[in-house]
Design a binder for this molecule. Structure first.
Ligand SMILES: Cc1cc2nc3c(=O)[nH]c(=O)nc-3n(C[C@H](O)[C@H](O)[C@H](O)COP(=O)(O)OP(=O)(O)OC[C@H]3O[C@@H](n4cnc5c(N)ncnc54)[C@H](O)[C@@H]3O)c2cc1C
Length: 473
């Protein structure tokens, strides 16, 4: 790639193009798991025009590019492959725009703005992007993965919050599709922006987005609630939806096993339950409101009342209220589970009514056919999302062979399919789960997805994920 790289360098600001000798490691490694690719170069455009220059150049020379944001994605879709021939198009310096419209309650931000940075600026206006995740993704990455998080039950996912996007597609001219929209309703033709949300950077490079933002709450109440099992958890969820309605901001689940793991590895955190009385299932529930408590609506009182009523009927075993930051600290950052054993995680979603069945059958599968393996999980119960893992403890002194892990993973995904669930609830599709996309996505959907790919990226230069079966070109 060395000759054309000089041509690219000449079009951009000095320092925009990095080569292996400059150290590309941070563009080649995912932040959470130690997975790697190998890049020929990394390029860091600052403006939409720069992005166009890069894409035009890449199309001309048929150089494959992978877009990258904060590299916090969990399916390796933002990493270059192992060929050493791809370029990483990092959007981290693309921050030319950040426009806040307090009247319309929107923010329009360039792809390189990070979520925390946007929220810091919005806070001055009493606003925030209502997406809560344990990472700090960039706006372009959020659009491209359709980020979920712990507030989906109230605000929806990124798709629901996105009014418009601006995208550079990979035709000869690197056309800019300006689909940024100020309006709340727009039925003037096909809504192309939807195609780019959750597309893993395969159809175009997102350069900016307009998102709906929410008013910062004036009051929040957060509680950890121990229950005996799924039946009680979902009964409580229904009551909360009936009695607290739109105040219900989060309804998260952490299994007792997961809480025990956390307690062992994060003893410094405030533990919600006595260590000798950790419940089988714990819920982290948040109610919040923009209404001043002086008006008579007190969300803490309401939450306490609802939980109290269920303590009386035996659904709730234990409950603890506390400052939101302390309560949430136990939920965010679950990476210490890696200290206990080999594990593989699935990011799945079900109709709420199917979750209990999935959990029980996953656990039974391990007991019956995979000796030594343990089931651990936590989930976004409000929206039906579950992060579940099979873990093989280090203390057993054996590394499970890859065939065993793959066989187990295959059986778990088969179960997801049987129960009508999604095998990728919020992390999207990338090399780490693409095989299942091809196995479980109807062939007609794959075929037509391939046709769409050929429209926006006719030479097949964008992304590492392959949606569709049609050959590009
Ligand atoms: C501790 C931790 C907790 C997390 N919790 C959650 C959670 O609760 N919910 C959730 O949904 N996710 C979660 N994630 C996953 C991750 O943070 C999200 O997927 C995030 O939205 C990815 O954004 P990013 O900027 O890091 O993108 P990257 O990882 O850099 O890229 C992700 C994908 O988007 C593409 N892409 C990036 N930028 C662009 C662009 N400008 N144009 C086109 N394509 C682009 C990449 O090619 C890749 O396919 C978590 C991750 C971590 C590490």
């Amino acid at each position: 790639v060395s000759a054309p790289l000089d041509e690219l360098r000449a079009k951009l600001t000095p320092g925009a193009v990095l080569e292996p000798a400059d150290g590309l490691e941070r563009y080649e490694r995912s932040v959470l798991f130690d997975r790697r690719g190998q890049a020929a170069f990394a390029v860091r455009p600052k403006t939409v025009d720069d992005v166009r220059s890069v894409v035009r150049w890449a199309v001309r020379h048929r150089v494959r590019l992978v877009a990258q944001g904060a590299n916090s994605g969990l399916v390796d879709a933002g990493l270059p492959d192992a060929s050493g021939e791809m370029g990483v198009l990092s959007l981290e310096l693309c921050r030319e725009r950040l426009d806040i419209d307090p009247l319309d309650r929107t923010v329009t931000a360039s792809a390189g703005w990070d979520l925390d940075g946007v929220n810091d600026r919005l806070a001055a206006h009493g606003l925030r992007v209502p997406v809560d995740v344990g990472s700090n993704p960039l706006i372009g990455g959020m659009i491209s993965t359709n980020t979920g998080g712990t507030n989906v039950v109230r605000y929806g996912d990124v798709r629901r919050l996105t009014r418009g996007v601006q995208v550079v597609v990979a035709d000869e001219d690197a056309t800019v599709l300006d689909l940024l929209a100020a309006v709340r309703k727009n039925n003037a033709g096909l809504d192309l922006k939807q195609l780019f949300i959750g597309a893993a950077g395969t159809l175009g490079i997102v350069t900016a987005a307009t998102m709906d933002v929410a008013v910062l709450p004036r009051q929040r109440a957060v509680a950890w609630v121990g229950v005996s099992g799924d039946r009680g958890a979902f009964a409580l969820l229904q009551v909360l939806e009936r009695r607290a309605g739109e105040l219900l901001t989060s309804f998260e689940m952490m299994s007792g096993r997961m809480l025990q793991l956390r307690a062992r590895h994060k003893p410094d955190l405030r533990q919600p339950f006595p260590l000798d009385a950790i419940p089988p299932l714990a819920l982290l529930i948040e109610l919040s409101s923009t209404i001043d408590p002086a008006s008579g609506l007190d969300v803490a009182q309401l939450l306490a009342e609802i939980i109290g009523a269920h303590a009386a009927d035996g659904t709730v075993i234990d409950a603890v209220f506390g400052p939101p930051e302390q309560m949430w600290a136990m939920r965010h950052g679950i990476d210490e589970t890696a200290a206990e054993g080999y594990q593989f995680w699935v990011d799945v979603c079900f109709a709420r009514s199917a979750i209990a069945d999935f959990r029980a059958r996953f656990d039974e599968l391990l007991d019956a056919r995979y000796p030594g393996w343990e089931f651990i999980d936590l989930g976004h119960y409000g929206d039906g999302g579950l992060h579940a893992a099979g873990m093989y403890p280090f203390r057993l002194g054996r590394e499970p062979p890859p065939e065993e892990v793959e066989a187990l993973r295959g059986e778990v995904y088969e179960l997801v399919s049987e129960l009508g669930g999604s095998f990728s609830a919020e992390h999207g599709i990338g090399p780490s789960n693409a095989a299942y996309y091809h196995a479980y996505t109807p062939t007609d959907v794959q075929r037509l997805s391939g046709r769409l790919k050929a429209v926006f990226d006719p030479h097949g230069i964008l992304g590492v994920t392959r949606f569709g079966t049609a050959a590009p070109g």
